[in-house]
Design a protein around this ligand. Structure first.
Ligand code: AMP
Ligand code: MG
Length: 480
């Protein structure tokens, strides 16, 4: 009746990869938001689960199946420094098989301490969990691979940060929670058999077309696939101005989904150095650095695969290096293709990249809004700034040199440029209202606008304006 069809294939991996652990019960769980479309897609009955029973299940008070919950072990480079980590405040309820036959992890985030909590309380506050809910669902609507959010439950128990805050648990759906950091964990243990089982598991789960029989070849293919998916993912982030904020290797999936919406935020005014996270003092994860950090993280991934790639280490390293060398070019192709679509370009011309770069330079020089500048091109509401007139003429001439009629150009541009993104000031206003005033109306209204970002109709307008000018830069926090 609820629709759960849960398994835990992860527990077939060697014991070192997880710990059996129960969620810590909470006092009075209540569902605050429940994602009906996602619930249906997962095969879970929203009418039964958006309820008191659902609250008990998604708070960890009631088990949805006779299945032991687990916390996963992993490691990761955090801001460049290697650390052993693990699910410190999350639990895997199980893997749900959907009516379409796909497998999704259902994870409770904020469900209590685990052996990997490292002194943390294992809990989460309402604001950050709602923030993940809003932004991950916005990313999904933007057609960017992402983990998704099924429900946010308030626990009835406070969590103590600088002040007592409302405690909450997010139910996250992910095509898996395998991270670069999961591989780093196995590699650091020096257990090649365990590493091999992990690689096989990742292949079977995400790249089933890869033949496991030849393990060297399979590992090479795995590396290639992960490079492709990350290059594609990060290009998509760049194209909408998404700044992840904490691209540590433990927050980088093997599936190529965006994960861990902590200090992430969308860029308003275009600048490559845009950065919102309060903890990123060096700007390591600034907007313009994301592609190269992706490469750095992939190098850490490739390092873990060395023992599986070839029995002779120098050969293995060379094989890995050869693949890694291709990353930035692959990324660049995805980005260029995406940027061309944003400008309504169908075919290739040698000067296209220069045209794109000039536009970005104009945006930077004149502090233009990244999202709205592209929308302005669709609406022909050009910014009145020096140099824009010339650029626009070049662009229009370029468009005329291709065969497609203007109608098709505009249609491509509309599909490639969101009218709405989760603007920081709008997200904050919705959260403030939900958390401090217990009023979810602004959050639902915002989410409704974010659900169809490529719909350029005028009812989107309340959500398209950049933030009012402010002397205080917008800052995000990790939300622990
Ligand atoms: P994140 O920055 O959210 O990717 O988290 C990094 C690590 O810290 C992960 O291993 C988390 O499980 C852990 N962590 C974050 N918040 C808490 C918390 N409140 N209690 C325990 N562990 C936490
Ligand atoms: Mg994380």
């Amino acid at each position: 009746m609820y629709g759960f069809d849960l398994e835990n294939s992860y527990t077939l991996l060697p014991d070192m990869f997880y710990t059996h652990i129960q969620p810590t019960p909470v006092s009075s769980p209540k569902i605050l938001v429940y994602n009906h479309p996602l619930s249906k897609a997962l095969g879970l009955n929203p009418d039964e689960l958006d309820s008191n029973i659902g609250a008990e299940i998604f708070a960890g008070n009631k088990a949805p199946a006779e299945l032991q919950t687990i916390a996963q072990a992993y490691a990761g480079h955090q801001f460049g420094y290697f650390t052993i980590l693990g699910d410190g405040r999350a639990l895997l309820l199980g893997e749900q098989t959907t009516p379409d036959g796909d497998r999704f992890d259902l994870q409770l985030k904020g469900s209590g301490p685990t052996p990997y909590s490292r002194g943390g309380d294992g809990r989460a506050a309402l604001g950050p969990m709602l923030r993940e809910y809003i932004i991950s669902e916005a990313m999904f609507a933007l057609k960017i691979p992402t983990t998704r959010s099924l429900a946010v439950v308030i626990t009835g128990d406070p969590v103590f940060r600088e002040a007592p805050l409302t405690g909450a648990i997010l139910t996250r759906a992910a095509s898996s929670h395998l991270r670069v950091g999961t591989f780093q964990f196995a590699a650091q243990k020096g257990d090649i058999k365990a590493l091999q089982s992990l690689a096989n598991y990742a292949i079977e789960r995400h790249f089933p077309h890869i033949e496991l029989s030849d393990s060297t070849q399979a590992t090479l293919m795995l590396l290639r696939e992960v490079i492709q998916r990350q290059a594609s993912l990060i290009s998509k982030w760049q194209l909408v101005g998404f700044i992840h904020g904490v691209m540590n290797t433990d927050n980088m999936t093997i599936s190529g989904e965006t994960i861990d919406y902590g200090p992430c935020a969308f860029m308003d005014t275009y600048h490559p150095q845009t950065l919102f996270s309060s903890i990123d003092r060096q700007g390591r994860y600034a907007y313009g650095n994301q592609p190269s950090i992706g490469g750095w993280n992939l190098s850490r991934f490739a390092e873990t695969l060395v023992p599986l790639l070839h029995e002779e280490q120098p050969v293995a390293i060379e094989m890995a290096q050869e693949e890694l060398n291709k990353y930035i070019g692959i990324y660049h192709q995805y980005w260029l293709q995406g940027m061309k679509s944003k400008l309504g370009l169908f075919n290739q011309e040698p000067e296209d990249e220069a045209l794109i770069k000039e536009l970005l330079q104009l945006m930077e020089d004149h502090k233009l809004d990244f999202t709205n500048t592209f929308v302005d091109l669709i609406k022909k509401t050009w910014p009145e700034v020096d140099g824009f007139h010339d650029w626009r003429q070049q662009w229009q001439q370029r468009i005329q040199r291709q065969q497609q009629p203007m109608e098709e150009v505009l249609s491509l541009m509309k599909q490639s440029n969101p009218a709405v993104i989760p603007r920081n000031h709008q997200v904050e206003a919705a959260l403030e209202s939900a958390v401090s005033q217990n009023n979810l109306t602004p959050l639902h209204a915002l989410m409704k606008a974010l659900a169809t970002p490529y719909d350029h109709s005028s009812d989107k307008e309340p959500y398209t304006a950049p933030p009012p000018p402010s002397n205080v830069p917008y800052r995000t926090y990790c939300g622990t």
